[in-house]
Design a protein around this ligand. Structure first.
Ligand SMILES: NC(=O)c1ccc[n+]([C@@H]2O[C@H](COP(=O)([O-])OP(=O)(O)OC[C@H]3O[C@@H](n4cnc5c(N)ncnc54)[C@H](O)[C@@H]3O)[C@@H](O)[C@H]2O)c1
Length: 274
């Protein structure tokens, strides 16, 4: 490939992806609203831009073979805060990709698009959307947008509904963990699978306690290699009994399922970098 564009490049997951992506194309163009990007790879350039800035996003995407779209406001927040980066930003990315003949978008969707399903429902990739807040709702919008661009314009997208890509620090993460290594494997398969059309896959490692079913996305060839069970004894000894009536434990979305609409839920996740 000549050119890959990575949005959200200054973020946590962007940091895991920049090196591997730079090996897959002649040029990696990394972009983010933040310029805290660190050292660039030899074939990497950086463009600071707001996803809501349509002309800037069109300029960045022109000439790309694929766009790996990870930029977003990553928390539950007011609709007005989510609107620019996560909704208008998505429109700008897919419209630019379609206009400039990009082959495929790899999108960081989220479990929060379906976060209100109860945990004891082993959900597949084709269940109806059931967002747990405005953040999840914007992921639903972007998935639907992506399906529309596939069906109306033939632009492929792989939506990765990531569960939790952070160190395992709580019982929920025993099921939801996506290790950094498995994240890279999943993104690589999403890029090198010859034909994907519109596909949804869960971003989760091979956890014994995974609450989701990725079998409909098997054709991507993603075979996770890590398993959070290695942390179970320690985590369960520390957590003690959990309240089964608490939706934060019983719903796929974890604490996002019980915080108020528009109220930050990230602090409750206590995410720690892997
Ligand atoms: N980390 C997880 O466990 C997880 C789980 C589910 C989904 N995701 C998704 O993965 C992606 C990356 O998440 P992360 O954990 O690296 O979060 P992060 O906050 O570290 O990275 C997101 C990046 O997007 C950038 N951004 C925010 N607003 C922007 C704007 N208006 N214009 C341009 N860039 C903007 C931020 O500056 C940041 O660098 C996000 O789309 C997130 O929704 C992550």
């Amino acid at each position: 490939m000549k050119k890959i564009v990575l949005t959200g490049a200054a973020g946590r997951l962007g940091g895991y992806l920049r090196g591997p992506l730079s090996n897959l194309a002649n040029t990696l163009v990394s972009t983010d609203i933040s310029d805290d990007i660190g050292d660039l790879a030899a074939n990497e350039s950086f463009v600071q831009a707001d996803l809501a800035d349509k002309p800037a996003i069109h300029d960045i995407i022109e000439g790309a073979d694929m766009v790996v779209h990870f930029g977003a406001l990553v928390d539950e927040a007011s609709f007005e805060s989510i609107l620019g980066p996560n909704i208008i930003g998505s429109y700008n990315v897919w419209e630019a990709a379609s206009l400039h003949g990009v082959r495929r978008v790899i999108y960081a969707s989220s479990i929060h698009a379906v976060g209100m399903y109860p945990k004891n429902q082993h959900i597949g990739v084709d269940v109806a959307h059931r967002p747990d807040g405005f953040y999840g709702l914007a992921k639903c919008f972007s998935e639907d947008l992506a399906r529309m661009y596939w069906e109306k314009r033939g632009l492929e997208t792989v939506c990765l509904r990531i569960l939790s890509c952070a160190a395992v620090t709580n019982p929920r993460a025993l099921g939801s963990w996506l290790s950094p290594g498995d994240l890279v494997r999943l993104v690589k398969r999403s890029i090198d699978t010859p034909v994907t059309g519109f596909t949804v896959a869960y971003g989760v490692s091979a956890n014994d306690r995974s609450p989701v079913d990725n079998s409909a996305a098997q054709f991507l060839g993603y075979r996770p290699q890590d398993n959070a069970e290695q942390f179970a004894d320690d985590i369960l000894a520390k957590s003690g009994p959990l309240d089964p009536l608490d939706g934060a434990h019983m719903c796929h979305g974890g604490p996002f399922a019980t915080t108020g609409l528009g109220v930050s839920a990230m602090a409750a996740l206590k995410l720690v970098d892997d």
